[in-house]
Design a protein. Sequence first.
Lengths: 323, 300, 276
Amino acid sequence: MADKTKNAEPKVGSVSRPPTAFEYGYDKSFRILTLAAGVLTVLLLVYIFWKLGALAAPAMREYGLGFLTTVEWNPNKNEYGILAEIWGTLYSSFLALLFGGVLGISVAIFLTQGFLNARLAWVFRLIVEMLAAIPSVVYGLWGIYVLIPAIRPMANWLHETLPFIPFFSTKLAGPGMFPAMIVLSIMILPTVAAISQDAFKAIPMKIQEAAYGMGTTKWEAIRKVIIPTASGGIFASLVLGFGRALGETMALAMLIGNAQQVSLSLFSPATTLASLLASTFPEAGANQIGPLMYAAVVLLVITMAVNFIGTIIMNYTSRQTVT
Amino acid sequence: MSTTEQTTMNPEVVALGDPDLSFSFGERRTLMNFLQTVTLWILAGIAAIPLISVLWMLISRGGLRISTAIFTELPPAPFEQGGGIGNAIVGTLVMVAIASLISIPIGILGGLYTGLLNPDSRISALIRFVGKVLTGFPSILSGVFVYAWLVIVMKTYSAIAGGVSLSILMLPTVLLTAEQAFRMVPQRMKDAAYGMGCNSTQVATKIVLPTALPGVMTGVMLAVAGASGESAPLLFTALFSNYWIGSFTEPTASLSILIYNFSAMPYENQIELAWTASLVLVLIVLVFNILSRSFGTRRV
Amino acid sequence: MSMEMEMNKLEATAAQQAAGDVAIGANIDKIYYGDFLAVRDAAVDIEKGKITGFIGPSGCGKSTVLRSLNRMNDLIPIFRLEGHVHFLGQDVYGKNVDPVVVRRHIGMVFQQPNPFSMSIFENVAFGLRLNGFKGDISGRVEKALRRAALWNEVKDKLKQNGLSLSGGQQQRLCIARAIATEPTVLLMDEPCSALDPIATRQIEELMLQLKKDYTVAIVTHNMQQAIRVADKTAFFSVDMTQGGRTGFLVEVGDTKQVFENPKENLTKEYLSGEFS
């Protein structure tokens, strides 16, 4: 273009000029750089799957699917299985979802449905954000020295009075499923609260007005109109909260007791995939690395599948509320 | 069809007289409304108890040992009295800095691609999706991955491996919040820049990046805050060290691993230090959180 | 449209281009957004040193045509244009043409005032720096601000953020920003639509001033404004017969002629509706 404009007459005094060769090159390389950064993020996930998969492959071949249904983890006898870990991971996350989910959704309703004046809402939002900001390992420390001593009398009283209920069938000697579950509930509360808050906020004012216009009380409006409308986002928040709980490591490694057993009892020690990795990996001998990588892949597949589903639900529902 | 017509035709309705519009507490639905609100207050209170308890413990137990020695001395051996957590504070900051150097440029560049340069393409949708999935990536697996990838190759635990491991957890947060911030820059401002004859890079670097900077910094600070508190990714990448950091390629101490190690020790001195380290760690995390908030409020 | 008319128009365009008084010769057959036909049959010449007004009912594609003159529409991925736009004799949509260069020669002022979030001075200097101008930047900035009739109001606060100005001042700042590089043509897309009547008045006065030095094309929904400022007027209408809303050019001519003695019935009907 530059040379062709010679015979045409741009305005007198115009400073317009085409970009220099450097600017063209800079533009092109910058755009390639941004694309590369984005693609790198995708490749990272692919590479993680590939790398862990490759390291786990020998153990997968050796132990097969029986690995998933064996309770034993005995390096001396070269017997490995992660049934106890899978059970503990799912059981603790499910319990945490039950409590943390209810609390998180309540907080979200509380914050979005006009129960609080601006100042109180600010305080509550601060509390939720602070809960999210406290590191896992600090919750673990708190669990050991505050929570377990505090709940032990109540837990043991429950065990003594109602020993026939499977949830209370053992004593709480120290670490165990119950304190782990409580801390896990606290830790997923902010996730559930934040995502379901977004779902509640996405509901247009006119829908709430329509409900109040029909003569509903606040709670009838919330139960019959607001919650059903936000159900997609609430569901997504629960799925993603569940995903967080599955992968949570340090607090559980410190509180759950790391015992290789499958039990319904809330007061018996248990273990999870993440805490197996955290507690065994640092001192693992060469023969344990394979099975540990196998366990890591199982955790990776479970958490990524749950997150995948949660993200799809969230994308789908947010698209729905926009249209 | 109108209701007035109906009422005049139906004598029974007329016989009911004027409706009572006053607020009646005894009515079932009003009572339910009240009970449900009370339940909600109780649930919200339950959510607040652990936070208050944690904060109380941090201040009352962690605060006991705050002194200059904490920042200048090395962790004590068993049975030893006193000591500090200086090397762990330095180690945490060093590794978070390494993680920031890796994840912030990649995240911002990636965010520019998905948020500005090519927002509607399939590849952007894929990047965004992977970013969202990665936000739920278990932190322990980041450690396992970096162990398998770097520690085995470098044949040593190191601050670099710890930093890389943290950067994997920071990347999705930085990328997604940066993208969001770039999208919030008004289209008319981007139009103005294109209309002046800017190429895409000039629009990105001269207009969009400076305008969106507060929003980007919010995300960056949140990611930094999160990374500072992480421990699982450091367990077998940085490991721990009882000494000051000497190079980036040797095992490195961190606050979170110090808390984890000391929490299981049967010595009162170590447990006290674990509480103090927790207080320091929470303060570091909170500082970054507050920074993130202060950037957010200055948004144009 | 008959073959004969088509030929006449092409000849006319060619003749004017040869005479050198046409800055932009647009000969647009069709503009698509995806499958949607937004505009058809729009042939307009933007003559040098004159103000050409684009008028017509909403949805008639006048803004779309204007934005295709400097390839702003390229930013919409599904945009597609059939036809030609010639700028100083070259096809703006030619194979090797960089839209970035086109936009540096054809400046634009938008509907909404859109100053950058930087100082008033830097806003105006932006284009100068962008084009690597090495001369007297502050002189050029002052000159542009004076011509945009904004100098007196901002000369003591050039370091303030451009967004701190009022809406009308912001729009004049955008005009100053656009003219600082002395572009060959200035496109204005309803520049007053977001402004109050007083600010509108100021911008109109400004346009009459600019007329002496600039080639301007302006889209406006305000007939009075077109009469006040435009030398030539292009009247667009919208065709809803084929299910969609397709804009097309009805007629173009001197403003006086188009308003007082329109050739086409469509124009007559529209104007009588507007002014009755």
